[in-house]
Design a protein around this ligand. Structure first.
Ligand code: HEM
Length: 320
């Protein structure tokens, strides 16, 4: 039977013992999250520079355009549906802008994600297989365009095609896996985060007022509110040997689910865990994980969520 880790200290113990808790949980290629040891290290080192301060400084004006256009499109509405109209739109447009992809691709990805959701709910394996192939074809077309100099040579997609490991370029299969994670893989997480930010500000007028006065605290507030409303429910590991965590014995080769939501609301670590508090120790917050698989996209996610929240507070005088 699968095991679920819900206590903060058990989750931390598992995250910091990757030799006992392997990330090889599926037969599908997942670069770098489904990798262990030196292989993980090598791919991780390749992708980290894509989230450096210099890259994000270049991306910031493009992201601001996405946000301004989104708020322009809802400016005349008094009531706006949050999840699809704002959360998903923003996540998709921001990730496509980051990759340097054309707007037409956003529409195709929207249709692709609707089909993917329907096939997942129906557990329709042939449809999921066909959709995976369709996603690969869409991405490979963008990689080909980049290789032929048909888009901005400075774009993230173009730079990914120039990556090399041991003197060899990365295969399309590996590039598609990396890109799947950065785009459709993260859309749900970013969309959920955006929805939670809006919902939280609407329900907490005091914090809303504080942030309007002191927007420099937005990053801190978002990390704390997303500790309570986890946008990413869980990740998996597989034990490589028998392990004892507290009084729990776990057999070798057991699938283990890390429940981020439960761990980040563990009452043994967070006093009144459901409550937003300004003065918590940020190092205890597991929103972006910990250990060798800690989220490399954190600076990008924080930039996207901060600029979004700044615009929200500036452009929407009353959030209810
Ligand atoms: C609010 C937004 C986000 C949250 C809450 C989040 C959270 C996380 C967490 C908890 C992990 C650790 C998973 C594990 O231990 O198995 C992780 C890993 C990862 N995240 Fe994020 N993430 C976010 C956004 C992003 C973005 C925008 C990107 C890239 C565009 C990204 C790329 C990755 C990658 C590549 C990994 C795997 C790292 C590895 O295995 O070494 N994430 N993320």
């Amino acid at each position: 039977m699968d095991v679920v880790l819900t206590h903060h200290h058990d989750v931390l113990a598992a995250l910091h013992a990757p030799e006992q808790f392997s990330n090889k949980v599926s037969s599908h290629l997942n670069v770098p999250n489904g990798m262990d040891g030196s292989e993980h290290l090598a791919y991780r080192a390749l992708i980290e520079p894509f989230f450096s301060a210099a890259v994000l400084t270049q991306f910031q004006p493009k992201l601001q355009v996405v946000i301004d256009e989104l708020f322009d499109s809802i400016a005349s509405h008094n009531i706006v549906e949050i999840s699809d109209t704002i959360g998903h739109q923003f996540a998709l447009q921001a990730q496509c802008a980051f990759m340097g992809w054309p707007v037409a691709l956003e529409q195709r990805l929207t249709a692709w994600m609707a089909a993917q959701k329907a096939a997942t709910v129906a557990q329709d394996r042939p449809a999921l297989h066909a959709l995976a192939a369709e996603f690969s074809a869409l991405v490979i077309k963008q990689l080909e365009r980049a290789r032929h100099g048909e888009n901005d040579p400075q774009s993230i997609t173009a730079k990914l095609t120039q990556l090399q490991l041991n003197g060899e370029p990365l295969s399309d299969e590996y590039l598609v896996s990396i890109i799947r994670n950065w785009t459709v893989g993260e859309l749900g997480t970013i969309a959920a985060a955006v929805s939670s930010i809006i919902e939280f500000l609407a329900a907490n007028p005091v914090v809303q007022k504080q942030l309007r006065k002191a927007p420099e605290h937005i990053d801190h507030a978002i990390d704390e509110l997303l500790r309570i409303a986890a946008p990413l429910p869980s990740n998996r590991r597989r034990t490589t040997c028998p392990v004892t965590l507290g009084d729990q014995h776990i057999d070798s080769d057991t699938l283990v689910r890390i429940d981020w939501r439960a761990a980040n609301r563990d009452p043994q670590v967070f006093d009144q865990p459901e409550q937003f508090q300004w003065h918590r120790d940020p190092s205890l917050n597991l929103l972006y994980g910990a250990g060798i698989h800690v989220c490399p996209g954190k600076p990008l996610a924080q930039l996207e969520l901060r600029l979004f929240a700044e615009a929200l507070l500036m452009r929407v005088p009353h959030i209810e």
